[in-house]
Design a protein around this ligand. Structure first.
Ligand SMILES: Cc1cc2nc3c(=O)[nH]c(=O)nc-3n(C[C@H](O)[C@H](O)[C@H](O)COP(=O)(O)O)c2cc1C
Length: 308
């Protein structure tokens, strides 16, 4: 997730367990063949067989509509070690949409098809090409057309954020709108949107018929959510990660980020994460109240250590 999850966060979350794969933030493709360093910055995991240290594959996500450049950059990403390519048809940003990238393309299923087909053709058949879309732009009238176009173009999986672009991030996600897509598709359909707890997961599966889900913000609200989902069997009691373990995870992640970023940037990331953790953790709210005005990373870490 652009601006929220980077390779350090992927490392932290996959170390907790439960993830089959993760996806990078999107890489916007315009009219250029991007240099290797851009791909490596986005996905430092390329240097380790395209996996996090815990062995979870990191799919590289491209966003754009120039067929030749999408194909060329997908090819380059795979040459550099990306284990799979994902294409973003979900981004709602006005800037991105004005440049014909992200969710605006869902108005034109033929164009969606052409983009996926171009990328599919550009990379080895053994490399999965996946896509991520919303239900539509203004409405969901073309949801099925887009999903079928993506499948016909050779995508191996489709993730759908169960909202239109106009619906933004306003809850609730409409999981039930995924059911007809799931019934029509042969490739796996992965449900996404508002899965913030094990109970949300259960309700999403029941409403959509999808077996697999993608976590967005829920991964940060509850760092053990993927593990809980993976372990879940009806009737079982699943124990979420406790605050002490979450604190240790944040502190380790902070140390790793400090080796690469300025402390002020690490401070911003840690505060952002703590801000998201307060949604589900009472202790998270207390800690956030204490650190929200702090300007020095060491002070925030001191609060975290004290609260363990
Ligand atoms: C800050 C932010 C950045 C995001 N960046 C991306 C991105 O780079 N690529 C992508 O496919 N989705 C991105 N998304 C969308 C999420 O992956 C997800 O589809 C959406 O948040 C709904 O799922 P959730 O309710 O589980 O968060 C982003 C969402 C947010 C809030």
């Amino acid at each position: 997730m652009e601006g929220v999850i980077n390779h350090h966060m992927r490392q932290a979350l996959t170390s907790v367990g439960g993830y089959d794969a993760c996806v990078t933030e999107f890489l916007r493709i315009t009219d250029q063949r991007l240099p290797s360093r851009v791909f490596k910055r986005l996905s430092p995991e390329l240097a380790q067989q395209g996996q996090t240290t815990s062995g979870v594959p990191v799919i590289l996500q491209l966003l754009g509509s120039d067929l030749e450049m999408m194909a060329a950059n997908a090819h380059k990403a795979v040459q550099l070690g990306a284990p799979a390519i994902d294409i973003n048809f979900g981004c709602p940003s006005k800037f991105v949409n004005r440049k014909m990238g992200g969710s605006i393309l869902l108005r034109e299923p033929e164009r969606v098809h052409a983009i996926v087909a171009a990328v599919r053709k550009a990379v080895d058949a053994a490399i999965p090409v996946t896509a991520k879309m919303r239900l539509g732009y203004e409405d969901d009238m073309l949801a099925l057309d887009n999903a079928l176009a993506i499948e016909a173009a050779g995508a191996t999986e489709l993730t759908v954020h169960a909202r239109t672009k106009i619906e933004g991030y306003t809850p609730p996600a409409r999981w039930e709108a995924l059911a007809p897509l799931r019934e029509a598709l042969i490739i796996p359909l992965i449900a996404n949107g508002d899965i913030r707890s094990l109970d949300d997961y259960r309700r999403c599966v029941a409403a959509s018929g999808c077996v697999d889900v993608m976590l967005g913000r829920g991964a940060l609200n509850d760092p053990s959510l993927a593990r809980q989902i993976k372990q879940y069997k009806p009737g079982d009691t699943i124990v979420p990660m406790d605050w002490c373990d979450i604190t240790s995870l944040i502190l380790v992640t902070s140390e790793q980020m400090e080796q690469e970023y300025l402390k002020k940037h690490v401070l911003m990331r840690i505060k952002q994460w703590l801000g998201m953790l307060r949604r589900d953790h009472q202790k998270g709210q207390q800690v956030f109240d204490e650190i929200r005005r702090m300007k020095i990373l060491e002070d925030v870490k001191g609060v975290l250590r004290k609260g363990k």
